[in-house]
Write a protein that binds this ligand. Sequence first.
Ligand code: MEV
Length: 308
Amino acid sequence: MHYGYGKLILFGEHFVVYGLPGIASSIGLYTRCQLYPNDKGIKVRDRLTNKNIALGENKAEILDRTMRIILEETGLEEKNFRLEIDGDIPVFGGLGSSAALIVSIIRELNEHYQLGLDDGRINDIAFKAEHVFHGNPSGIDNTASTYRRLLWFEKNLSGGKNKIELLKLKKPLQVVIGNTKIIHDTAEAVAEVRKRKEKNPEKFDKIFSEARNLVLQAKNALEKGGLQKTGELVNKNQELLREIGVSSKELDLLCETSLENGALGAKLTGAGMGGCMFALCPDEKTREKVAQAIRKKRFDSYITLVGG
Ligand code: MEV
């Protein structure tokens, strides 16, 4: 049984698609995959709803194409096996459920067939497979899921290796994730931002340059353990995401609720337009308070540590 972990983008979603830096981490929510030899089929069960997603239903085609890429890349086209997969990452929620699914499959195949793939190769295959789900992803989701650490990410726009730097924190961050439960499509959100950028290049150039600056400052604040400063930058990042039009009234409400309950910063995470947000909290007690406040508003919340 092997695992692929969900991810949280702390800084830089959307901007990373254009080669700007981003900071992301894996989180505790996961997908796991078990291989049974000499059999056929693939079954994906959502542990949150307890429903199976099987070949022949909605997601069949996507799953099929994903598997084809993974098998081609690993040279396992001729093998017979059945995969049972389950997970607790909300799908279409901005927490990297597709990347986690893919990474869990590759890791299970790697172990079972003794392929000797290292993290770099696992990440490359996962990136290829992620294209099935997201059209033209930056690669930040599969990278955070593969490396299971807090990391700096910069997409190489010429197609070469992306820049990945593992980041060290003095203390893990106390984080609450709030889920609006409104599903979104990442590819659509990315396409929408592109359209707006083309329509309004000057406005977007200014926002993009602020976004680059902000991520550089965030790295510095994170590494120095400057929690207050990190929180301020999280809020500024949310402001930029609002300006490019990917926040929503539910995401704004959850950010406001978190700040009112003592969070140092709060922003959407992932593609936005629904999905999840996160709140950076100063301590465990505040984290619990924020998580409860979000639940009181009838949204879901999960607590997690980042950078631990
Ligand atoms: C999705 O988790 C993050 C986006 O920046 C898209 C991507 O980087 O591929 C919105």
